[in-house]
Design a protein around this ligand. Structure first.
Ligand code: HEC
Length: 164
């Protein structure tokens, strides 16, 4: 099942240029993920150090077929805002935007190692082959401008979003 599209305020947020391929960034993301930076932020306690879930219901990040259905924006949205009705909480108060991107750059290595999200193609492609999209999400007329349309539609029909 593909995830719902990111809401408008997240739909045009993308991985900062160069992060997908930067080993230092990925390593910093790993430190955050395992709770070494801040023990209150221990993604590995549920998602497992190797991406194999430790808590029932946590997403298995090793499943390439599933993880590739998520855009960088959707991941950023989920990490920022959490997933209502699950143990996945919002992390935006504990992690800066930059740290959220770093942790995503690391997290993607479980199922999508060596891949980066191509914003223009809306697909995961080998690192270094994405079009100018990774630097400029608004290329080709527009996820940035059109985002509200596509974010709004499917959000409201989703029963999971209503509780709490
Ligand atoms: C207390 C357990 C717990 C912790 C800690 C936790 N998660 Fe999650 N996370 C979950 C669960 C459960 C889900 C499954 C929700 C779902 O797939 O819809 C999830 C889902 C996700 C998803 C996929 C969202 C989706 O749409 O399915 C991402 C990405 C994610 N977590 C990243 C992180 C990151 C990054 C951290 C650390 C900053 C983190 N998680 C910490 C439990 C946790």
């Amino acid at each position: 099942m593909p995830p719902p599209p990111a809401p408008p305020e997240y739909a045009d947020q993308h991985m900062p240029a160069g992060y997908w391929s930067d080993p230092d960034i990925i390593e910093q993301g790993r430190q955050i993920f395992i709770g070494a930076e801040n023990i209150d932020v221990n993604c590995a306690s549920c998602h497992g150090k190797d991406g194999k879930p430790k808590k029932a219901g946590a997403r298995d990040f090793r499943r390439t077929d599933q993880m590739k259905l998520y855009s960088d924006s959707v991941w950023f949205w989920r990490v920022s805002e959490g997933v209502k009705g699950t143990k996945m909480k919002p992390w935006k108060s504990k992690l800066s935007e930059d740290d959220r991107w770093k942790v995503i750059a690391y997290e993607r290595t479980f199922g999508l190692k060596g891949m980066e999200y191509d914003v223009v193609k809306a697909a995961w492609v080998p690192v270094g082959t994405a079009g100018s999209g990774s630097e400029d999400g608004a290329a080709e007329g527009g996820p940035a401008d059109k985002a509200p349309v596509d974010g709004a539609g499917s959000e409201k029909g989703s029963p999971e979003e209503t509780p709490q």
